[in-house]
Write a protein that binds this ligand. Structure first.
Ligand code: ADP
Length: 295
């Protein structure tokens, strides 16, 4: 047998890529809405917000029809928050099954492919793009009402890949905290989304004040209201604020979805409120409403 020359190899690669993109389109056609969650910097609670919004969507009439793609290749944390660490993606035919979380949430994360949770991923851009493409094309997501995509902070390879692979994306939710420094970087996230022509669903202000569990007094640790101000200045929707609540971090550490365990807390109500606003945004967009967010 003769060895293939460079042109044949390139042609073969091109064919494989085309096939994979066709598969991706077929899978993603069954996903009604796609929303990415981004933040300017790390540690603002983006993954916590993504996981809890997914649970809130499931509770709000979409059980078994919500998915999360944890596209934070280097620091996947969705499995930990949802108590799915140690689970594995199951190969089947004709694809790979996502891991099922509570309320039938379908989760895909790099964490499900690592030998252990301390194993680092040391990849350059093209490999990350390939991984994200495969997550979208080879996973049997099935019929979903909504797929939330948790992107790493900043403006690196992963958000670029997602924007390129999913041009039909409904929009991005930007998570911030009220500190000044976070306000500066969130503006970069807004500019980034606009450059990539991704509509902005709105801004969520996390860690917005702390209600003392003993005396009930609200303390604005980072000052609150910065998220709302940014939204007004950038002419995008303000989706709501989530307070600092010790129960949120405890639930995440235990791997129990916070809003399932503490349905009556102000933070849980805030999550459900945000879901209703996101649904209103999606409905308006479906009916061709003018999205303030596309600025
Ligand atoms: P990011 O994805 O932005 O890096 P994470 O979602 O991993 O941030 O959150 C960082 C830490 O902050 C975690 O320990 C998480 O439990 C905690 N956390 C996030 N939001 C809140 C909140 N509203 N109240 C209390 N702890 C929070």
């Amino acid at each position: 047998m003769s060895t293939p020359n460079n042109t044949q190899i390139i042609e073969e690669k091109r064919k494989q890529m085309l096939e994979q993109m066709q598969k991706l389109r077929a899978r993603m056609d069954k996903v009604r809405h796609k929303i990415a969650v981004i933040s300017g910097k790390g540690g603002v609670g983006k993954s916590t917000i993504t996981a809890n919004l997914a649970v809130a969507f499931a509770i709000h009439g979409h059980a078994n029809h919500v998915g999360i793609l944890d596209a934070d290749i280097h620091g996947p944390s969705i499995p930990k928050i949802l108590g799915l660490t140690g689970q594995r993606l199951q190969p089947g035919s004709p694809g790979v099954f996502p891991v099922l979380g509570s309320l039938g949430i379908k989760v895909v994360s790099m964490d499900f492919m690592l030998p252990d949770e301390n194993a680092p991923i040391i990849w350059r851009g093209p490999l990350k793009m390939t991984a994200i493409r495969q997550f979208l094309s080879d996973i049997m997501w099935g019929e979903l009402d909504i797929l939330l995509i948790d992107l790493p902070p900043g403006t690196g390879d992963e958000p670029l890949s997602v924007a390129q692979l999913l041009p039909e994306m409904d929009g991005v939710i930007i998570v911030t905290i009220p500190s000044e420094i976070s306000q500066v970087v969130v503006k970069k996230a807004v500019t980034f989304a606009r450059r990539l022509r991704m509509p902005i669903v709105g801004v969520v202000e996390n860690m917005s004040g702390f209600v003392c569990p003993n005396c009930g007094v609200k303390v604005d640790i980072f000052q609150s209201g910065g998220g709302k101000r940014i939204a007004e200045e950038s002419d995008i929707y303000f989706l709501g604020s989530i307070p600092i609540d010790q129960k949120i971090s405890k639930a995440s550490d235990k791997g129990v979805p916070f809003i399932v365990e503490h349905a009556d807390s102000p933070a849980s109500k805030a999550f459900l409120d945000i879901v209703k606003k996101v649904e209103a945004f999606l409905k308006e967009k479906e009916h061709g409403g003018s999205a303030k967010t596309e600025g």
